[in-house]
Design a protein around this ligand. Structure first.
Ligand SMILES: Cc1cc2nc3c(=O)[nH]c(=O)nc-3n(C[C@H](O)[C@H](O)[C@H](O)COP(=O)(O)OP(=O)(O)OC[C@H]3O[C@@H](n4cnc5c(N)ncnc54)[C@H](O)[C@@H]3O)c2cc1C
Length: 467
């Protein structure tokens, strides 16, 4: 016993005796996306009990949202090694390693068969709403690491786990339109007139965009891809708004670009801007959004206070994604103040320094939080950095699962063999786009916003292959 600061007595807290020995509990994976399912494959190979909880009605529910988009990394970088071994043992044939699949092909040819292997160990329509430690809030320390995790589901059910691999992604928490990271005034009121990145403009969303005036906000490849798709529609007006003073960064280096597919995308975009097909607004800092009937007016106010505005029928907000750590708010997380990744990972993935091909291999040591046994992996682990690749996530979960299984030698032997740029792009992209008639191009959805320099006229050189 000791005196509390306010005159009350601080009580030494007895450790709580858990009902089940944590070692008998499963490892719970949150999210059945590419990385969550890869974690399951490694857990299965190591004979570890596990359960995958997936909010969507199908495995890879987030990938399904962008099924019409062709990815920019070929199959050989998109398949986890343990998953491949398990699938091949089940009679699966690997797709052409050089092919760039669409999101839909990723599911049908890889992720859906993989999820099927795990049977009822993948629980669909099961959303995790909160995680804590059984009987312990974030403050209580003594004996904390000896009690199981408590997982609350949105139906009210509670589960226990001995470790948590959180692969829940960032897809459902897109960045806002507002230029300072805060929502623009009235942004929520624009309702269904605002779409987030990569609507299926030439497919299921075609009618929504045909004959309309659309504003695309964002300077990454998601925005570029949407703009190029819109440019294929008739009877349409297209406005593109970026914060920078010039679109040179989005255009890339054209034929000289280190990433040929990015260069090709940029060259086509520049041609549309030069011809006036796409009207470019630079120095655009979305400040307020006002809906009037079926139209919406967006006012930009730049840091000097100068305003410009545009009135449109639709907005595509391609401003990137941010992680939502709220489900883990009762756990002890050590987050980088800028990116929202772990502090140890942040300097390795900083989009001001790295493209996705130059991110070094990393694993359990970089992903660990002060809360033992909780790991955020996959695109969520990168926070706001737009440099994530599936291949990086697969190495993360190989390392984390080895650690969870007690094999620290394997856990610390992290390796990643990515060509510096070739994984992110390929001139195959355009060729394949033409062969299959896809117009969505090569982009990735994490392409949108590297750490912005919110200065009029500034153009960031921050290199990320993804945006
Ligand atoms: C359009 C696009 C193109 C991309 N192209 C490439 C590419 O070419 N190459 C590449 O390497 N990477 C690419 N990426 C980046 C990245 O590899 C993908 O985003 C990938 O899907 C990330 O995998 P993940 O498993 O971490 O997360 P996700 O795929 O986002 O999966 C997360 C899963 O968790 C589920 N979930 C979310 N919240 C909960 C909850 N509370 N409870 C339970 N389940 C939950 C979701 O429903 C989802 O199924 C692309 C991304 C996008 C958006």
């Amino acid at each position: 016993m000791s005196d509390g600061c306010c005159g009350t007595t601080a009580v030494e807290i007895e450790p709580i005796v858990a009902h089940a020995a944590p070692s008998a509990l499963p490892v719970v994976v949150i999210g059945a996306g590419p990385v969550g399912l890869a974690a399951a494959a490694h857990l299965a190979e190591r004979g570890q009990e596990f359960l995958v909880l997936e909010a969507g009605e199908q495995a890879a529910a987030s990938v399904a949202q962008w099924g019409h988009v062709r990815v920019f990394s070929p199959w050989k970088f998109n398949i986890d090694a343990a998953a491949k071994r398990l699938l091949e043992a089940d009679g699966w044939s690997e797709p052409d390693p050089e092919w760039l699949p669409t999101g839909a092909e990723l599911i049908t040819d890889y992720l859906a068969p993989l999820a099927k292997l795990f049977g009822d160990k993948v629980r669909l329509s099961t959303k995790v709403t909160a995680i804590s430690r059984l009987g312990y809030d974030r403050v209580r320390t003594n004996g904390r690491e000896d009690v199981p995790f408590l997982i609350r589901l949105d139906g009210g059910e509670e589960l226990q786990a001995r470790a948590i691999i959180d692969a829940s992604g960032t897809y459902f928490t897109p960045n806002v339109l507002g230029a300072s990271g805060l929502p623009a005034y009235g942004e929520a009121g624009a309702g269904e007139l605002v779409d987030h990145a990569l609507p299926d403009v030439l497919g299921t969303d075609r009618e929504t965009y045909e004959g309309k005036h659309t504003l695309v906000v964002g300077a990454g490849h998601s925005a570029a891809t949407t703009l190029l798709a819109l440019a294929q529609l008739d009877d349409i007006q297209i406005t593109w708004a970026i914060r920078a003073g010039s679109a040179s960064r989005t255009y890339g280096g054209g034929a000289a670009d280190a990433l040929p597919a990015r260069g090709a995308l940029g060259t086509r975009l520049r041609a549309h801007v030069d011809s006036g097909r796409i009207q470019l607004l630079t120095g655009f800092f979305a400040h307020s959004v006002t809906r009037s009937g079926d139209q919406v007016t967006v006012v930009s106010r730049d840091p000097s206070g100068a305003e410009q505005s545009v009135t449109v029928d639709r907005i595509v907000s391609a401003t990137g994604y941010r992680p939502d750590h709220s489900i883990a708010s009762e756990l002890r997380l050590d987050l980088d103040p800028i990116l929202g990744s772990t502090r140890a990972l942040a300097p390795l993935i900083d989009p001001n320094q790295h493209s996705c091909g130059t991110v070094p291999a990393h694993g359990v040591d970089e992903l660990a939080h002060p809360e033992p046994g909780y790991y955020a992996v996959g695109v969520k682990s990168y926070g706001r950095a737009p440099t994530f690749l599936m291949a990086t996530g697969y190495e993360q979960v190989r390392s984390v699962v080895a650690a969870v299984a007690g094999d620290w030698e394997a856990a610390r032997d992290v390796q990643l063999d990515l060509p510096e740029t070739g994984v992110c792009s390929s001139n195959l992209a355009e060729a394949q786009e033409q062969r299959v008639g896809l117009a969505t191009g090569i982009s990735g959805g994490l392409l949108a916003t590297p750490l912005p320099l919110a200065t009029v006229g500034a153009s960031s050189d921050g290199g990320s292959c993804c945006g």
